[in-house]
Design a protein around this ligand. Structure first.
Ligand SMILES: [Zn+2]
Ligand SMILES: [Zn+2]
Length: 352
């Protein structure tokens, strides 16, 4: 018994360490945000607020988009991809706009703002919430059996999904960085539903292979400030985007478990963007990835989990990441990390 309690104690400490950054300071209402949220409304994608009176928008005083979408200065090549942010999560709006941070009349950043609350079910929404759904954490023993077989399933303690005000600024002209920047243990990108992407690392002293067993039914979990995030293939988002998922089941000790897995055919499915402005697509499967022209892609995946070719959203070609899977992750990287240790491009900034 003592051994078990000690284990739980250590676990609690590790969860606190998970994402251990200090709370954001008070909002700064004077800085850096007001130069580009006005004027050209003709190119706007319609704001969904009117169609969804209950919709919740980013409320941070530092908000750049101010609850609206403004594509007037989004580079043409990015319009199709970034528009996807504005169409999926109708309950919690995700907004896209630009920022002219130095006031020269030209946008410097593509901005995506989100409250970081998924459109899908989670046990980490408070009970009574429209998206709250129970989940048996023991399911993860079977769901992640290929990765780790001697682990105890458990919840992420008292952590719950809480409304955030994430402001992701991506360079207006994403390009490969000559000196690569390490990804941090924080939001490194945003999925198309506005949920934060985290990297493959856990907080100091923690192991991501242990964190796996705190994931909810959609393979995400909140850290202690309530920031919900994906480290791995976001199966429910893939389902909600119209991608291919499979339902798996297992019965053990008379209990049946059911979970979603990636069908392995979602390599062409856009899932979101990292802070360097490069898109994230679904994992490569057993069959060849097809490019925008339907041709098999042979360009290998590099050390940053990505490569370059044309896609449906970027018909002239773009560097992009692919989520790794248990089948395509490599011997020392057996799960589905969104990215490796470094950004391929120069990352923009993260505001709140
Ligand atoms: Zn985590
Ligand atoms: Zn690809």
């Amino acid at each position: 018994m003592h051994h078990k309690l000690l284990f739980l104690w250590i676990l609690a400490l590790l969860m606190v360490a998970c994402g251990g950054r200090p709370p954001a300071g008070p909002p700064n209402t004077t800085a850096d945000t007001v130069s580009n949220n006005n004027v050209n409304t003709t190119a706007d994608i319609p704001n969904e607020t009117s169609a969804n009176p209950d919709a919740i928008t980013v409320t941070s005083a530092r908000s750049i988009c101010q609850g609206r979408n403004d594509f007037s200065q989004i580079p043409a090549a990015y319009v199709a991809g970034l528009t996807r942010y504005t169409t999926l999560n109708t309950h919690y709006l995700v907004n896209v706009c630009t920022e002219d941070s130095n006031g020269d009349g030209r946008a410097d950043y593509m901005v995506v703002e989100s409250t970081d609350q998924p459109e899908h079910e989670s046990i980490y929404f408070p009970e009574g919430h429209v998206h709250h759904e129970p989940f048996d954490f023991n399911t993860n023993i079977y769901k992640f059996a290929a990765v780790y077989t001697n682990q105890r399933a458990h919840s992420a303690g008292n952590n719950q999904i809480e409304e955030q005000a994430i402001i992701m600024k991506m360079p207006i002209t994403p390009r490969a960085a000559s000196n690569k920047t390490a990804t941090t243990y924080d939001t490194i990108g945003l999925a198309l539903n506005g949920v934060a992407f985290f990297n493959e690392n856990a907080g100091p002293g923690d192991e991501i292979t242990e964190e796996l067993f705190t994931f909810d039914q959609c393979s995400g979990h909140p850290q202690q400030q309530g920031t919900y995030h994906y480290h791995v293939d976001p199966v429910c988002l893939i389902r909600d985007l119209g991608g291919d998922v499979l339902t798996e089941t297992s019965t053990a000790d008379g209990t049946g478990y059911t979970w979603l897995t990636d069908a392995g055919t979602n390599a062409g499915l856009l899932l979101g963007f990292l802070m360097d402005g490069f898109p994230v697509y679904g994992p490569l499967g057993a069959t060849a990835e097809l490019d925008c022209a339907g041709a098999a892609v042979s360009t290998p995946i590099d050390a940053f989990n990505g490569h370059e070719h044309c896609t449906a959203e970027f018909p002239t070609g773009i560097y992009h990441y692919h989520v790794k899977t248990a089948n395509s992750g490599g011997a020392n990287n057996p799960v589905f990390w969104i990215t490796n240790e470094y950004y391929y491009g120069e990352p923009g900034t993260l505001g709140r």
